[in-house]
Design a protein around this ligand. Structure first.
Ligand code: TMP
Length: 232
């Protein structure tokens, strides 16, 4: 399968058409941004780590019954995926308070949440991905009610699968962001699952093992990405 015209270039990935109109090729870049593109940099070989880690996790999730866009790894930086139409929602799942939730609710980072928290943001860079609730989503038709219910169920199931998977590898899954797409009328998991889109803390030391090392200038960024992949 060959890359044809580039369909889209995002902050961390490029998406190409292929000869098969039902398949895209995703190419993972080393570019890193934070704070809606205000902070820019590169993380050497991040694209390789995120491609391989996403492939591994999509395979795991498929085995456990979550439909995903993943078809196969093509090389270090590229995967073949189903040509989905992305729902304009960022779905955030939280087990422990960190990042914007800790800030918003005045909680210390690391505070265990009594229940899993699901948040939705409208995927729109110009607006800075504002948080929306179910009423907003339905009112402006970001998805249908049925699609949203499926998204909710899949997101919670992904969390139930990934929390023990990471813990077995010495990592606490603090929170993460998912994106879903439509393929042949059905909602399936898309985008990526990587240290860019998850918060992962070392089980023993609580060392941050994710993109917060870049966002907050904590150092050891490249090594940490490699270490996460090695642990998986
Ligand atoms: P937040 O605490 O900054 O809202 O982030 C929650 C989770 O979502 C965290 O695991 C990082 C991930 N995330 C993304 O994948 N993309 C983004 O643009 C943002 C802001 C967060």
């Amino acid at each position: 399968m060959n890359k044809l015209e580039m369909l889209y270039e995002g902050k961390a990935k490029k998406v190409y058409k292929t000869e098969d109109e039902k398949k895209y090729i995703v190419s993972y870049k080393d570019d890193a941004t934070a704070f809606n593109g205000v902070k820019k940099g590169t993380i050497a070989e991040k694209g390789i780590v995120n491609n391989k880690m996403s492939a591994l996790l999509f395979r795991l999730l498929e085995e456990k019954g979550i439909p995903t866009h993943f078809e196969k790894l093509l090389n270090d930086r590229e995967m073949l995926v189903k040509a989905v139409k992305i729902l304009p929602l960022e779905v955030i799942v939280r087990n422990v308070a960190a990042g914007s939730l800790a800030k918003r609710l005045g909680l210390e980072e690391g505070t265990i949440l009594k229940n899993t928290v699901l948040e939705f943001c409208y995927k729109n860079d110009e607006l800075g991905d504002p948080m929306v609730n179910e009423d907003h989503i339905l009112a402006v038709e970001l998805s249908t009610k049925e699609q949203l219910e499926t998204v909710r169920q899949y997101a919670l199931k992904v969390n139930e699968i990934l929390v023990p998977f990471f813990l077995d590898r010495g990592l606490k899954l603090i929170d993460f962001k998912l994106e879903f797409g439509l393929y042949e009328g059905a909602v399936i998991l898309a985008d990526e699952i990587s240290p860019d889109t998850c918060r992962l803390w070392d089980e023993a030391t609580n060392k941050k093992m994710d993109k917060d090392r870049f966002r907050r200038d904590l150092g050891d960024v490249e090594q940490t990405y490699q270490e996460v992949l090695a642990r998986l």
